[in-house]
Design a protein around this ligand. Structure first.
Ligand SMILES: [Zn+2]
Length: 265
């Protein structure tokens, strides 16, 4: 009896192992992940819609000009961009909502109410750097792929494996899905830490990132949290991690550069 039982257990265990190997193969194959080309198409499509539907601040607005200047300074620190053909754009939506987000492929949008809260260029640089990491590390595409795998379950995964095809269907993606898909804690931490390094390399003070978290926590009240706070109630933990990173570097950072943006509209 004991022998039979242990054999059965062995068979069960082997079955589990096979299944795990199979799943791992699928995960490596990234069959649900949109390609960079798909990401560029989706991002551009959604960005065009947003610019059409929303009230945008004009290119001549000081906030738009400042945002674009800081973005190009941050991007000048990226060495591997040639390998990643992202098509960045930087715009500000006129809105009372405290938000900023990036779309796959490169478009970045800030809301005027958020940018009006910033008192230094370094704070603006912090949110920009965070969003740029989401784009460069393809966080949306990976989150989407993980979500699909979870939702579709093993049967479909096995079918995909058999058919050896990519299940990503660009036509089924709505613009809403590009903006509202939540990122995991892991991706948000990566956006914080790589964003922080990007700021430092570009000559900004990473204290700007700490300021942003604190300002937003105070300002947010009961409203929906902006993208970089979404799903992550432990902003105290995030602040601590940035502070530890700064401490480890054991160096002086340049003073934050003051800005004075309009406080309304
Ligand atoms: Zn984020």
């Amino acid at each position: 009896m004991i022998v039979v039982n242990s054999k059965r257990m062995m068979v069960q265990r082997l079955g589990g192992v096979c299944l795990s190997v199979l799943m791992a193969m699928v995960v490596r194959a990234d069959m649900f992940k949109p390609t960079i080309k798909d990401q560029l198409t989706l991002g551009k499509r959604a960005a065009t819609e947003i610019r059409k539907k929303e009230k945008m601040l004009p290119d001549t607005d000081i906030r738009v000009a400042t945002m674009r200047r800081i973005a190009s300074r941050l991007l000048s620190t990226v060495k591997d961009d040639a390998k990643h053909p992202w098509e960045y754009s930087f715009d500000i939506v006129k809105s009372k909502e405290l938000n900023a987000f990036s779309l796959p492929g490169g478009p970045v949008f800030f809301y005027s109410a958020l940018i009006n809260k910033f008192t230094t260029e370094d704070q603006l640089a912090a949110v920009l750097a965070h969003e740029l990491v989401h784009v460069r590390k393809e966080h949306w595409a990976y989150s989407y792929a993980n979500n699909q795998k979870r939702q579709l379950g093993l049967t479909v995964v096995l079918m995909v494996l058999k058919a050896n095809q990519n299940l990503f269907d660009i036509a089924s993606i709505t613009d809403e899905m590009l903006i509202t898909l939540p990122y995991s804690r892991k991706y948000e931490n990566e956006a914080d830490s790589m964003g922080c390094d990007m700021m430092i390399q570009a000559g900004y003070n990473p204290q700007g990132m700490v300021d942003v978290f604190e300002t937003l926590r105070k300002a947010m009240g009961k409203g929906k949290p902006p993208e970089f706070l979404s799903d992550h109630p432990d902003d105290a933990g995030r602040i601590k991690r940035i502070q530890e990173r700064m401490k480890k570097l054991n160096r002086e950072f340049p003073a934050q550069r003051k800005v004075s943006f309009p406080t309304t509209d």
